[in-house]
Design a binder for this molecule. Structure first.
Ligand code: ACO
Length: 402
């Protein structure tokens, strides 16, 4: 609501809107969501068409530059990203200093922030050329960083990129190949991961994108701003939900697969118990991304011949929730995070890697949001107001008189 404020002698109107449920912080041409209808468009293109027909780097180009690339633009972009996938040798050493047991999201936000120290030639936020360099560097290094996050956890060395392969194909090789052995990624998994990255590529002014914009509004560099976004994404109410979903499904499985009992704990609002992967601030209908991911989970598991009991538990949870008053009245539907973990697991990723995979997919969106913010003449430094509820003015009392 609108509050008439007397902010210590200031007068005027302040909008008090916790969680910014009704406050727009910018105009944007990048992504459109109709939460009631379950519609998601990137630069006007329906997500279903992009996930079905495009590739991750093409979608990255679209989000960042505003149009689908021509063949020359596409090939040039892919080539530039490919060429920058190698990281500085000291960067590998730097990433190697974190404990192997660290959560990979903490390492990822540190690593992206540290790109500013290794690539100082890409920091000028006012030069179009330098911003383009930082864009390409970030898309390229993020892939190498993400694969190394996995390899360090399992005690294997960083593998160097193979420029002859595609972005996702080589990511799977760098992540899962055994050194000195031939590795061919399963084309079904390459396609599935490409689609998942596309589905995660942008989602307008969500928590992490807003953080990227507000950090960048101080003209902090792209890496610093995206690193802040990665930190915001790590929370279980945001991107961290994909890891939490898998832990929730596993814990239900370990408790005799009793789905109804879990649902009643959710409805009783037991502390810390939510149906993870359900609910969304904007979607009050089925998340169109979740519908695609659900179909994909069935397809990938059946092609690989995997019978994952967690998929059955997830489907039972969904069926019960969608016909239960608690969820119906609150318009809670599966979001993008509900089924992704089952696919990542089938690919060989452990749960701690799920949110870094989300972050890898979201890079183009964060970059596009940051660039749009920097170029918009209406951008001002982000600086929300508050409603002060503390003590009125009072006099200091010396320590020995208290
Ligand atoms: N399980 C059970 N109850 C829920 C859930 C859930 N997953 N989500 C919302 N509710 C309930 C709330 O308890 C609240 O009930 P009340 O009116 O009785 O108090 C009501 O639904 C509204 O929920 P809010 O938390 O006010 O909704 P908000 O828009 O602030 O939160 C959020 C959205 C954070 C996504 C929430 O639905 C949630 O916590 N979901 C689980 C975590 C999750 O999956 N996050 C991923 C979101 S998508 C993404 O970031 C990629």
């Amino acid at each position: 609501g609108i509050v008439v404020a007397d902010l210590m002698n200031e007068t005027g109107y302040v909008t008090y809107d916790p969680g910014f449920t009704n406050t727009a912080q910018c105009e944007s041409k990048i992504t459109f969501i109709d939460g009631d209808e379950g519609v998601l468009l990137y630069r006007g293109y329906p997500i279903e068409q992009l996930a079905g027909k495009s590739t991750f780097l093409e979608v990255a180009y679209l989000l960042i530059h505003g149009h689908l690339p021509t063949v020359d633009e596409h090939d040039g972009f892919v080539e530039r990203v490919n060429r920058h996938t190698l990281v500085h040798e000291d960067f590998r050493t730097f990433m190697g200093t974190f404990p192997r047991t660290s959560h990979p999201m903490a390492v990822m936000s540190s690593a992206v922030s540290a790109l500013a120290t290794f690539y100082p030639e890409s920091l000028d936020p006012y030069s179009e050329e330098t911003v383009e360099l930082a864009t390409v560097l970030l898309l390229a290094k993020a892939r190498t960083i993400t694969s190394y996050l996995h390899r360090r956890r399992v005690g294997e060395p960083l593998l160097y990129p193979d420029y002859s392969r595609g972005y996702v194909d080589d990511f799977l090789r760098m992540t899962f190949a055994v050194p000195y052995e031939q590795y061919e990624a399963n084309p079904i998994l390459v396609h599935a991961l490409d689609q998942l990255l596309i589905l995660h590529a942008d989602h307008e002014q969500n928590c992490s994108a807003s953080v990227v914009r507000i950090t960048g509004s101080s003209h902090a560099n792209l890496y610093a701003s995206v690193s802040a976004g990665i930190s915001a994404l790590s929370g279980p109410l945001h991107g961290g939900a994909n890891e939490s979903v898998l832990r929730m499904l596993t814990s239900i499985q370990q408790n005799d697969g009793d789905v109804k009992k879990f649902i009643s704990r959710v409805k009783n609002k037991e502390a810390g118990v939510r149906l993870m992967g359900f609910g969304h601030r904007v979607y009050k209908n089925y998340d169109p991304r979740a519908a695609i991911v659900k179909d994909q989970a069935h397809a990938v598991l059946s092609i690989l011949g995997i019978d994952d009991p967690l998929l059955a538990i997830a489907m039972e949870l969904e069926e019960i929730a969608l016909s239960d008053d608690y969820f119906v009245q609150r318009r809670l539907y599966p979001n993008v995070d509900f089924y992704t973990g089952i696919i990542y697991r089938a690919m060989g990723f452990e749960p701690a890697m799920f949110t870094p995979l989300f972050a890898l997919g979201r890079m183009p969106g964060w970059i596009a949001q940051w660039r749009e913010m920097m170029l918009d003449p209406k951008t001002k430094i982000g600086r929300p107001r508050q409603i002060y509820t503390g003590s009125p003015v009072r006099d200091y009392v010396p320590l020995d008189e208290r």
